[in-house]
Write a protein that binds this ligand. Structure first.
Ligand SMILES: Nc1ncnc2c1ncn2[C@@H]1O[C@H](COP(=O)(O)OP(=O)(O)O)[C@@H](O)[C@H]1O
Ligand SMILES: [Mg+2]
Length: 287
């Protein structure tokens, strides 16, 4: 366990060096881990997201909801610099992570992605064994420790251990969709991130597998910060602490730009939203 924490602190120092790494990992409470200020994102000359400001708080689940194309995935990808990998994508504004400019010139995006992991809509395990899926990232990162212990600990944490402990050498593709998604969550936490981003993690899963992922998310937030994109409003209402509702403005020439409408505690967004647009959306009167 202690060696894993060393990996975490090494990575933090690498990612943000020189930075206030002391105390970054694991202090409980509602401090902002990300601060997004006046975020604008473009894909070439297409303005995808406009003037978005919001904070993401530690050890909470933050849900991003809104109609298709409103920029939820785009905003999510800004939190671990995944948009860097998209040709033509341009991010303006300020995103800080533990107070550090995430887009600053001294920040290594590869290290950022190790600290801020990602889980996608379609489970995408590597075409390798269950065991190898877990150890791959830590091994690439040069982690030195007991890999067997790491695999067990990580799979226990991802609520998958009991189902796979006797077949760790089997292909990850032998697992069900829901198990594959929990394996992807396990893979994301194997490198000791402090944030896990999830982009519609249950969209390809049946209700029982979805329920298990939601249970897991609630468990994981004790240790990690989670930001989840979901088109399922019930899911947002069930699992998240805060909800950000985005909408789309259609310009004169049909261009569609995403905009943050309302961001508040989830209870409030779903029971007493302050914007009519939010109310229309959550009551199904949208569109
Ligand atoms: N790689 C890309 N290149 C060009 N346009 C993109 C790309 N990804 C997303 N977009 C556009 O940006 C807008 C926001 O997309 P996205 O963030 O995926 O929305 P959401 O996740 O809310 O459905 C959409 O109009 C989408 O077509
Ligand atoms: Mg999306």
């Amino acid at each position: 366990m202690s060696t894993r924490m060393e990996l975490a602190s090494t990575v933090v120092e690498d990612a943000v060096s020189p930075g206030p790494s002391a105390g970054l990992a694991g202090s409980a409470g509602s401090s902002a881990i990300f601060e997004i200020q006046d975020l604008n994102v473009y894909y070439r000359d297409f303005h995808a997201v406009t003037d978005t400001s919001l904070n993401i708080y530690q050890n909470e689940i933050t849900a991003l909801i809104g109609p298709s194309g409103c920029g939820k995935s785009t905003v999510l990808r800004c939190l671990n610099r995944m948009n860097d990998l998209i040709d033509g994508a341009r991010v303006e504004g300020r995103v800080t992570y533990h107070g550090i400019d995430l887009y600053g010139s001294s920040v290594d995006p590869v290290e950022v992605r190790r600290r801020v992991g990602m889980v996608f809509q379609k489970p995408n395990p590597f075409p390798k064994s269950i065991y190898e899926n877990i150890v791959f990232g830590p091994r690439v990162a040069g982690w030195k420790g007991n890999f067997d212990d790491l695999v067990e600990e990580t799979l226990v944490r991802a609520a998958l251990w009991d189902e796979v402990k006797d077949k760790l050498e089997n292909s990850a593709f032998d697992l069900s969709g829901g198990q594959q998604q929990r394996l992807c969550i396990a893979r994301a936490i194997a490198t000791s991130p402090d944030v896990v981003l999830m982009d519609e993690p249950c969209s390809a899963l049946d209700p029982i597998a979805t329920y298990r992922i939601e249970t897991l998310m609630r468990e994981l937030k004790k240790q990690y910060t989670i930001v989840v994109v979901t088109h399922n409003m019930q899911q947002a209402a069930r699992v998240s602490d805060r909800t950000a509702f985005f909408s789309v403005d259609v310009g004169e020439e049909g261009q569609r730009t995403g905009r943050l409408v309302e961001y508040d505690m989830t209870d409030r967004v779903f029971t007493a939203p302050s914007m009519k647009e939010t109310e229309d959306y959550i009551t199904g009167r949208f569109g």
